[in-house]
Design a protein around this ligand. Structure first.
Ligand code: F3S
Length: 417
């Protein structure tokens, strides 16, 4: 693999042990995937930002890098943490977990990371540019970076993201190459999605059907909002390993089906109608007939528009929640919701804005035991996919209105009211 003189210097150890180790990781990765060279990246989204992902060994590794004086060469933002970094005590997260998370976050910050602790950096002022090469982890953010912003990133794991942050480089392979970005599966959308959970159901079905291939969607109603794209992308990346999708007339390089397919015939054609929608719903609804203990909204982390619509619904109903209601977001968006008065409306109704974490990356075991959560309701296909297996929770999956209705009544009624 070709290396520039500067990259050879990094590999030789002249720029410190951490940079040398990082270059070794990238060169090895590049050799495995047949990369011809490394390319510069100036944006990294760090997937190993929660102690649930890194474990104690990972925390020690990151702390050691910081102690050795390592610094990030690329702008680096952190994915969700294992708890709300301010309200962890009130939410019943454990002190020992907080102490461990604090060590991890501090070490990353010492190396130059921004502790946004969110999976929606684009709701927090971080927008990759069209054609920009980046090294992002976090499947729900990667798929939007590639598909909506038209940036180029592979699905980075913890070690490769740290290595890219330290060197400002990534190997040229996978989604960094134009030839791998062509759609190969044509998806005819017959049942048009409307709600966030409809987009999640569509993504969940297509993710399973495509696995790692690139789908192109036709037949969608335009425009599609960022919140709808976010739900679609997170679901595609949950049931499949999809890092890039195209939507005719909506996403870059997809002004026609032919352009999205790179003027080739599709390898497969998938129809999405009411039967396929039902199939997604029955896979994502893993429980029935019971109480709802927790309503979890904001996966991927909620935008200010989503929070505003939750506040409006609760203000109109004028009732208090019987279930626990969590709206998960970044601390920056939470602050905006507080300043704009939405958080106060939600809290008056008994809901809680939870920052920095989520149901998948949170150190939730003690929290679940303390509250006695058994059944949750969510409008997120990603939460419905992971939370039951991870925490043995039953899950109801439906629209935002159905979830809010469940929060108010304490039961899953399954109808929009
Ligand atoms: Fe984000 Fe956590 Fe969902 S990282 S996409 S809120 S599972």
């Amino acid at each position: 693999m070709y290396l520039t003189r500067e990259e050879e210097t990094m590999l030789s150890g002249k720029k410190g042990k951490a940079v040398q180790k990082a270059m070794e990781i990238l060169v090895q990765l590049g050799q495995i995937y047949g990369a011809s060279k490394l390319i510069p990246v100036n944006s990294v989204h760090m997937p190993g930002s929660s102690i649930v992902v890194t474990g104690e060994a990972g925390v020690e590794f990151i702390e050691q890098l910081a102690r050795d004086g390592a610094g990030f060469a690329a702008e680096t933002a952190l994915n969700p943490a294992a708890m709300d970094m301010q309200c962890w005590r009130e939410l019943n997260f454990e002190c020992k977990d907080y102490d461990c998370q604090k060590r991890l976050t501090t070490a990353y910050v010492d190396m130059g990371a921004i502790p946004l602790h969110t999976c929606t950096p684009y709701h927090n002022g971080i927008f990759p540019q069209y054609g920009q090469h980046i090294a992002w982890g976090e499947s729900s953010a990667i798929v939007l970076a590639n598909s909506i912003f038209g940036a180029y990133t592979n699905r980075e794991g913890g070690p490769s993201a740290v290595a890219s942050a330290l060197t400002g480089r990534t190997p040229l392979y996978g989604y960094h190459l134009e030839e791998n970005r062509r759609a190969t599966v044509l998806v005819n959308v017959i049942e048009k999605p409307v709600t966030i959970s409809d987009y999640g159901a569509l993504g969940y079905f297509v993710g399973e059907a495509c696995r790692e291939r690139v789908p192109v969607f036709t037949g969608m109603e335009h425009p599609v909002t960022m919140e709808q794209f976010k739900a679609l992308g997170a679901a595609l990346a949950s049931s499949g390993s999809i890092a890039l999708f195209k939507m005719v007339g909506c996403t870059p390089d997809a002004s026609t089906v032919e352009e999205a397919l790179g003027y080739h015939k599709p390898e497969a054609v998938v129809d999405y109608g009411s039967a396929q929608r039902e199939q997604s719903h029955s896979l994502l609804n893993s429980t029935r007939g019971g109480e709802v203990d927790l309503v979890a909204l904001g996966c991927p982390h909620a935008s200010i528009f989503e929070i505003k619509s939750i506040a409006s619904y609760l203000a109109n109903k004028g009732k208090r929640c019987k279930s626990i209601l969590w709206i998960m977001t970044s601390f920056a968006v939470k602050k905006m919701a507080e300043d704009l008065g939405y958080a106060a409306i939600i809290e008056q109704a008994g809901g809680k804005m939870v920052a920095d974490t989520c149901l998948v990356l949170g150190a939730l075991k003690p929290v679940i035991l303390k509250y006695g959560f058994k059944n949750i309701a969510t409008n997120s296909a990603k939460t419905a996919h992971y939370a039951p297996g991870q925490w043995s929770l039953g899950c109801y999956y439906g629209s935002l209105k159905q979830c809010l209705q469940a929060a108010l009544s304490g039961k899953w009624e399954g109808e929009d009211k």
